[in-house]
Design a protein around this ligand. Structure first.
Ligand code: GLN
Ligand code: ZN
Length: 770
């Protein structure tokens, strides 16, 4: 019988219970005990769900209150020195206060420390806290979370497979905080902690441990490849009776196949969705001792598995290795998909026909089990029935008129270079725009959203429930918008925004208004910490049936003489933060969205909105993980942005915004987007990220490097921002610089927002005077 293996399960709770508990704890509304209890409840539920679904290898230590990388930093004692005054707050189990201080910053009781830097987990929209290493970095087992959770499951009668991020991946995703060493050289100091972890798990009776090494599916050099062998020799020696599983995902092994299959471990997990074709070559290399875990059920998208297609792969592996050396699994952790499709019952937003094409985390467990049974050959009547239903669903997707719209396909196929080029070069546009807007040097603006307070969310919820009318809702939004316009005027900000109060989320808001989209009620996916997003689902050809944003932008503009920026989300980001069709190339879907955004840009322009920001924070994260695939992606991604933004007047100023991105290797492509102004996240890295814009290649258009971190409630001082702006001025000519926060302010509260913006405007004025 083929075993079923699961790599990780979503942990925010089917109804975001963890988010709610975290936020209540931060607001001091519940105790640490109550928070821990909420976590336990989620873990318990997850383990039982997996057990009932017939999963043999059920993960533990995949739970996290904030981030699994931060958990590991705490586990191995990689706690940056600035948190030392909080070390006395360590409690034996979860070190909650220290932990959240590292995640979110801490400004209380005379202590004032910034949060750790955050960045995207490979090419997903999940963000982790970047481990920080120093030259004399020491590691020491500091938390036993991995053991506690293993024992906890055991006491519930569930044997689990603890999951750890592997030591090489852990070091590689971190950052040196000082010069003079390479973080990978810390491996000898780090390994003893992993050995200690394995020893403790062995003593506790663990049979399997999963070690995630996604870097085995990435571009690594020969030295790192050799290191994999050495490291796993040591881990295998320390594992005592434990069967080690190495998990790779998000890409194919390619040039690392040889290395991966020869690691001294029990099993190797392959992503057969992203690395669809790697099975052929891997099977020729697998030594007799190795079991393969086949990631055939997509861990990062919501489409039903195509059983017939998956069974071909599984049978190919079983023929080569025998059923006892083949496991069936999702391609990656299920962290990246929503909990349970059964919680969706809104026919209007998710028609039954579309719903029948989908599978969320819980349904994917069932698919894994079905596939194992079907591959095994002894098929019970119920599984056989589900197999037939699966075939029918796949067929309906291939032919449904809900999906295919000829006029959209045609418009997309006929895009020309002219459609992707602005009339005049930047210098001429800048002149025209300066004549129109007459903005001061170091012009100030914000990124778009203002606090989404409880009230704002309540109006939205009430409207959905029908307890207030559309009219009442519009009145509230109008008042909040007006207050925000007045506040920005008082603060003396130069380019205003309307505040985005009418938006639930920067992608879902557009998804709800575009054709070809479905959306869910509870399809939450963790983005970072307590922040979740509900990606809409692109199932069919996309177009814009009506104006999407003109009303609120025009209203805001009618209230003031200062320019108000229109706010749109860009085609690549809409694609990237949606669940995307897998039945046509991503580029085709992106061009369809680009044309819909262009229609909106032109409608805004017509309504007198002459500064328009098209957010593209996800350009970088869409970059394929392997170098060899990147340029092709950049070409179509940049072109899609240009299609959405080029067909406008010279004196219409196009902004774009990106956060948490490394730009070094893609700066010329970013420049090729040809936005008049780009605002970026730079404050957490102390303007380090700005270096990319002023290296050998000089970024030609205007730049707003974020001067303060909006992910933390901490209020920065004017001096801090002046300091950052001077740093920026040292590398970018002053006439190219704008002044703005790192990102939108929707997760912040009003008092800190006002205080921070006041200091920001003051900082801009100090720079102007210099
Ligand atoms: N305009 C958006 C906002 O301010 C941008 C958010 C983002 O870049 N993630 O909320
Ligand atoms: Zn942002």
């Amino acid at each position: 019988m083929l075993l079923t293996n699961n790599l990780g399960y979503p942990r925010v709770g089917a109804f975001r219970e963890l988010k709610k508990a975290n936020e209540a704890y931060w607001a001091k509304k519940i105790s640490a005990e109550e928070l821990l209890q909420a976590g336990l409840k989620i873990r318990e539920g997850n383990w039982k769900t997996q057990k009932e679904a017939g999963i043999d290898l059920i993960p533990s230590n995949d739970f996290s209150f904030y981030d699994q990388v931060l958990d590991l930093s705490l586990t191995v004692g990689a706690i940056p020195a600035r948190y030392s005054s909080l070390l006395n707050k360590i409690d034996r189990q979860y070190n909650l206060d220290l932990y959240f201080a590292m995640a979110r910053g801490f400004q209380e009781e005379g202590v004032d420390v910034t949060a750790m830097e955050m960045t995207k987990w490979f090419d997903t929209n999940y963000h982790y806290l970047v481990p920080e290493f120093t030259k004399d970095q020491a590691f020491k087992l500091t938390s036993e979370k991995f053991l506690n959770e293993y024992n906890e499951a055991k006491s519930l009668g569930i044997e689990t497979k603890p999951v750890l991020i592997g030591p090489i991946t852990y070091l590689l995703i971190g950052k040196e905080k000082e010069e003079g060493f390479n973080r990978i050289d810390l491996i000898d100091r780090l390994l003893p902690v992993y050995e200690e972890i394995l020893a403790k798990l062995a003593d506790a009776g663990a049979q399997y441990v999963q070690i995630d090494e996604p870097f085995l599916a990435l571009d690594i050099d020969d030295v790192t490849r050799a290191l994999y062998g050495q490291v796993f020799d040591k881990l295998a020696a320390a594992a005592k009776g434990i069967k080690l599983i190495v998990a790779t995902y998000f890409e194919a092994l390619r040039d690392n196949e040889e290395t991966a299959v020869n690691l001294p471990v029990h099993a190797l997990h392959l992503d057969l969705v992203r690395g669809e074709n790697q099975l052929d070559t891997v099977l020729t290399k697998v030594p007799a001792s190795l079991t393969l875990s086949l990631g055939v059920v997509e861990g990062r998208n919501i489409w039903k598995n195509d059983y017939e297609k998956s069974l071909v792969k599984i049978k190919q592996a079983v023929d080569a290795l025998g059923a006892d050396r083949v496991w069936v699994a999702p391609s990656s952790s299920l962290l990246h998909v929503p909990f349970d499709l059964d919680n969706e019952d809104n026919e209007e937003s998710l028609p039954a026909e579309v719903k029948n094409w989908l599978a969320f985390a819980k349904q994917k467990l069932a698919e894994v089990k079905d596939l194992a049974v079907l591959a095994d050959g002894e098929v019970d009547a119920e599984t056989a029935e589900r197999f037939e239903a699966n075939k029918a669903a796949a067929e309906s997707r291939r032919t449904s008129p809900l999906i295919h719209r000829p006029e959209v396909k045609e418009r997309t196929a006929n895009i020309t270079d002219d459609d992707a080029t602005r009339t005049s070069p930047f210098s001429a546009r800048k002149e025209a725009q300066q004549a129109k807007f007459n903005l001061p040097a170091f012009a100030t603006t914000t990124i778009g959203s203002f606090p989404q307070t409880k009230d704002v969310r309540k109006w939205r919820a009430d409207l959905k429930k029908g307890t207030i009318t559309q009219e009442q809702y519009d009145k509230e939004i109008a008042e909040e918008t007006e207050r925000t316009i007045r506040l920005q005027e008082e603060l003396d900000i130069d380019v205003l925004v309307h505040g985005e109060f009418e938006r639930n989320d920067m992608v879902e808001y557009f998804g709800e208004q575009l054709a070809g989209y479905a959306f869910t009620k509870n399809g939450w996916v963790q983005s970072y910490g307590s922040r979740c997003v509900k990606p809409p689902i692109i199932y069919g050809d996309v177009y814009r049936p009506a104006d999407m944003t003109v009303r609120w932008s025009a209203y805001a503009q009618s209230l003031t003489n200062r320019p108000v920026k229109g706010m749109l989300t860009g085609p690549v980001t809409i694609l990237q933060w949606s669940f995307v069709r897998n039945d046509q190339p991503r580029s085709t879907t992106t061009y369809q969205i680009a044309l819909a955004i262009l229609d909106e840009v032109q409608a805004l322009e017509k309504a007198g909105i002459k500064i328009i920001q098209i957010d593209e924070p996800a350009i970088r994260e869409g970059l394929p993980l392997r170098k060899a695939d990147q340029q092709d992606y950049l070409n179509w991604a940049v072109r899609a942005f240009r299609v959405s933004s080029s067909n406008v007047e010279d004196d219409t100023q196009i902004h774009t915004h990106m956060c948490y991105s490394e730009f070094n290797d893609i700066i010329e492509d970013i420049a090729a987007m040809d936005a008049d102004v780009i605002t970026i996240e730079t404050s957490r890295s102390q303007m380090e990220l700005l270096d990319a814009f002023a290296g050998d290649f000089k970024y030609p258009n205007d730049i707003g490097p974020g001067v303060y971190d909006i992910h933390s409630p901490r209020v920065p001082s004017t001096e801090e921002m002046v300091h950052l702006l001077r740093k920026a001025k040292a590398v970018v000519p002053a006439e190219q610089l704008w002044v703005n926060p790192d990102c939108g302010l929707k997760t912040r509260a009003w008092p800190e927002t006002k205080a921070a913006l006041e200091s920001m405007v003051e900082a801009a004025k100090i720079l102007r005077a210099e």
